[in-house]
Design a binder for this molecule. Sequence first.
Ligand code: TMP
Length: 225
Amino acid sequence: MFITFEGIDCCGKSTQAKMLVERIQESGRTVLMLREPGNTRLSEHIREILLNKEYTEMNPRTELLLFAASRAQLVDQVILPALESDQVVVCDRFFDSTVAYQGYGRQLPLEDIIHINRIATQDLVPDMTFFIDISPEQALERCNERLADERDRMEESGIRFYERVIDGYMRLAQEERGRYYVIDGNQPIDDIHHTIWRLVLEKLADEPRNSNTSNEYEEAMAEIE
Ligand code: TMP
């Protein structure tokens, strides 16, 4: 099972990814928590370059290829082996971020992005993607609560950029209804978590070898009600 979290900066997705990972661990499953870009020696170096505010000269194509390079290494070195050994993998961002940020945000041609994503992922597609939806104004307000020198290169992109990124995510959610779940990011943190956990249990219960998940599903529903 491969689960990804998406959304604009400061939308709360990292908090939700961590809460889900803890819940999966408590249920006795082996789970790996990852974030993009990062999580391999090479990918962490690439992350430093990508987010470093000093590189104001970075052009959108360089940015695209660096995100893809980081992903190619992570998929090959970590994600595919973990999925092959039956672990649940939860990743804070994956290729949808590239479609939304570099495709819609930076306005690079989508067909190029799709092709580069396929090279980087070896055609791996998440089973479930949670898009945490908040407005760009709210996101920027939350990001701005951090001191200016703590914000990274991407977080300096401005409101028009984030509007385009959200538009990109919404289009993805329309096109990929089978795996996309749009979650209202304005709800209390615990409510969002319960919704996500219920959806994950529903999905796990669909898998033939997880038939005992239905008890957990009942318990999750009781907790929510
Ligand atoms: P983070 O703040 O969620 O750790 O993500 C780092 C930044 O990188 C964030 O602003 C989103 C951006 N990003 C892209 O622009 N394209 C991508 O493919 C990925 C994975 C992240």
